[in-house]
Design a protein around this ligand. Structure first.
Ligand code: PLP
Length: 430
């Protein structure tokens, strides 16, 4: 396998792009080597600029849940293109996508479309503050909610609990209202509520996806909701990653919990930039033009993106791949564990619908701290052996692998063969 063309582009790209990437997760910083440059993708496969073909378990970090270039989605996009790209005025399809989304989430009467997950979440926070008249928020260590200032804390450091910014350039003032709790630990939330009277919202990934996959323990989300309600705090479910993923109604449907505000992204645009936040009427009526909370966007509700989102969600509804995701996920999980046992490698696997994550540790992974017990150097070895055997994974221990509804038995066989080789390689036996 040659990566010559990728290497060339990587060198060339560094002149005018920062690290030759437009999002740091695409750099191969934690696995070593150069990032791959992609030429094209179709179905379950992605092809790099050297002509190497991989089964794609990155799927653009989630959006391509139907696989690449689904026929119906592509047809809808082409049709939309013919009518023009953007108008700065409303279109019929915005209403159509709004209905599909509001029908999927019982706590959502109205929705506002934006252009990214980051934008959805930062707007949801502003809305929670506008509605409650309070300033503070609670977020969980290890949860990622986009790159807005107030939320760039505890996305990965031991300084997190002190609310010290996790990124340079974030002023102290921007995070002074951000309180950090521990995932799956209700007591850590209660403590903040006892100590602070002015908490507007608790924001959570209902299934953690940005510290590797971390599942909420039995009752955690429901108890969180009760706690929030009893203290006039809004619960914000950041379902940018989990929305439409294990159930059409996201993690909230699966765990039977209803958030006050829901944030969406990724799948909702089917590969185009769409984010959304929604809630019941009395909350959404705070948003301009109905209310005094301002939020706007030149390309919000973009016609091409709306067409792609509608076609993707309708196709998801029709295919209803959620049973299949569970079956494939379970098979990959079992195979990973079997293979780890065969080569005597410590491994824990977490899984939620079409998201799956192996951690190279013997500890149960239930929060950010336990996720960090994973041996990332082993992951680096595993990652490259998977690449050499034709499976494209996210280049980080702490990113979920994503499954598409197009995965075939043949793909699965190939994935399992690659896992066997990669695990062997991790154990030092290859
Ligand atoms: C990806 C993600 C975001 C940010 O979305 P962008 O479209 O990258 O801005 C926010 N929250 C969660 C849970 C995510 O997974």
């Amino acid at each position: 396998m040659s990566y010559k063309n990728s290497e060339k582009l990587y060198k060339k790209g560094q002149k005018h792009l920062v690290g030759a990437v437009n999002s740091p997760v695409r750099a191969f910083a934690s696995v070593g080597g150069n990032p791959l440059f992609i030429e094209s993708a179709k179905g379950t496969k992605i092809t790099d600029v050297d002509g190497n073909k991989y089964i794609d378990l990155v799927l653009s970090y989630g959006p391509m849940i139907l696989g690449h270039r689904n026929k119906k989605v592509e047809k809808a996009i082409k049709k939309a293109l013919k009518n023009g790209y953007t108008f700065g005025a409303s279109t019929k399809n915005e209403i159509k996508l709004a209905k599909i989304v509001c029908d999927a989430f019982p706590g959502m009467d109205k929705v506002r479309f934006v252009s990214s997950g980051t934008e959805a979440v930062l707007s949801a926070l502003r809305l929670a503050r506008a509605y409650t008249g309070k300033d503070k928020i609670i977020k969980f260590s290890g949860c990622y909610h986009g790159h807005s200032d107030a939320l760039l804390v505890a996305a990965g450091s031991g300084l997190a609990t002190l609310s010290i910014p996790g990124s340079k350039g974030v002023p102290k003032g921007a995070v002074k209202n951000t309180l950090i709790a521990e995932y799956n630990n209700l007591e850590s939330v209660k403590k903040h509520i006892e100590n602070h009277k002015d908490i507007a919202a608790i924001i959570i990934e209902p299934v953690g996806g940005n510290m590797g996959v971390v599942i909420p323990q039995d009752g955690f989300l429901n108890e969180l909701k009760e706690l929030a309600k009893a203290n006039d705090i809004l619960l914000i479910a950041d379902e940018v990653m989990t929305g439409f993923r294990s159930k059409f109604g996201g993690a909230q449907e699966l765990f039977n919990v209803e958030a006050d505000i829901t944030c969406l992204g990724k799948v909702i645009g089917g590969g185009f930039p769409v984010g959304a936040y929604g809630a019941r009427n009395e909350i959404m009526e705070m948003v301009a033009p109905l209310g005094g909370m301002y939020q706007a966007g030149t390309l919000s509700g973009n016609p091409i993106a709306m067409a792609s989102g509608i076609a993707t969600l309708l196709e998801l509804k029709e295919q209803n791949p959620y049973g299949k995701f569970n079956e494939i996920g379970e098979e990959i999980e079992n195979y990973l564990l079997k293979s780890a046992k065969k080569y005597n490698v410590d491994l824990v696997v977490n899984r939620y619908g079409s998201m799956i994550n192996p951690f190279f540790t013997s500890k149960k992974v239930t929060d950010f701290k336990s996720a960090q017990t994973s041996d990332t150097s082993k992951f680096g070895v595993f990652f490259w052996e998977m690449i050499r055997n034709g499976v494209f994974l996210p280049p980080s221990q702490f990113e979920a692998w994503f499954l598409s509804s197009e995965l075939s038995d043949k793909d699965l066989e190939k994935i399992e063969k690659a896992i066997d080789k990669a695990m062997c390689s991790v154990s030092g036996n290859l």
